[in-house]
Design a protein around this ligand. Structure first.
Ligand code: NAD
Length: 258
């Protein structure tokens, strides 16, 4: 029997990267899984081979699309037990003085505002039976770096939104636990694009050198695999973490412990 048997999970931004691995592992543990993303082709390809896994096209910036995606989840699977707010983007500019307000709002919109929307509209679906919300922040939600100010601000916001919501849900006795996961470096499209920009702007020497450098700076001696992050999400999604709320689970090979 799987650790999530009989539960329904919703993972945003799950057509590829870390989210796709989260969807696969939650499904492998018995959950029905709703995969959502703006990448329709990749999302449909992911759910194609899996029974009890569905895909809806969903832009997390759009409040009406959140409502529609949750309605589709309820219709397909009867409810919602687990929400993973995973969709995210990196900052496409570099230094603060060259960052426009529009670029700032784009990153904060997808990486923070959308987490608020996902959480807010999940509450009515979860508060009768309880549930688990996992917000994907980053080690960049805890520490700073050069060239990614809006991303740090948004991911730091997710960290405290999570804690505030955890306390509020407990106070209201809704039975909804809310936690954040803070991945370190896992080479996905998001990281590849980020490294390329860091190299182009002179913050890092070259992409391969940057990866070697990050690996050397990681006490466990390797970068993360998508499964490392998905396993942390699985723990927080499951009843094994029933006394865990408002926590920040750092999964980074020891990078921020130094
Ligand atoms: N990879 C890492 O090292 C790392 C580290 C820390 C945090 N994270 C976080 O993990 C999450 C997943 O990132 P990833 O590395 O898998 O990157 P990724 O780019 O592979 O995946 C992100 C997904 O979000 C989707 N997305 C982007 N904008 C969207 C929107 N408006 N509506 C719906 N979906 C949208 C993308 O289409 C993509 O499928 C992000 O929140 C990211 O900030 C990643």
């Amino acid at each position: 029997m799987g650790r999530l048997e009989g539960k329904t999970a919703f993972v945003s931004g799950a057509a590829r990267g870390l989210g796709a691995e989260m969807a696969r592992i939650l499904h492998a543990e018995g959950a029905n899984v709703m995969v959502t993303d703006i990448l329709q082709e990749e999302g449909e390809a992911l759910v194609h081979a899996h029974e009890n896994m569905r895909f809806v096209t969903h832009d997390v910036l759009d409040e009406e699309q959140w409502k529609a995606a949750y309605a589709a989840t309820k219709e397909a699977f009867g409810g919602l037990d687990i929400l993973v707010n995973n969709a995210g983007i990196a900052h496409d500019a570099t230094v603060m003085e060259e960052t426009s307000l529009e670029q700032w709002r784009k990153v904060v919109g997808i990486d923070l505002d959308a987490v608020f929307l996902g959480c807010k509209h999940a509450i009515p679906l979860m508060k009768e039976k309880g549930g688990s919300i996992v917000n994907i922040s980053s080690i960049y939600g805890i520490v700073g770096s050069a060239g990614q100010a809006p991303y740090h601000a948004a991911k730091g916001g997710v960290r405290l939104l999570t804690k505030a919501m955890a306390v509020e849900m407990a106070t209201l006795e809704y039975g909804i636990r809310v936690n954040s996961v803070h991945p370190g470096f896992v080479v996905t499209e998001l990281v590849r694009e980020g490294l390329k920009r860091a190299v182009d702007s002179g913050f890092m020497p070259g992409e391969n050198e940057a990866i070697d450098m990050l690996t050397m700076q990681t006490p466990l001696g390797r970068l993360g695999a998508p499964r490392d992050i998905a396993n942390a999400v699985l723990f927080l999604a499951s009843d094994e973490s029933s006394w865990v709320t408002g926590t920040e689970l750092v999964v980074d090979g020891g990078y921020t412990a130094q």
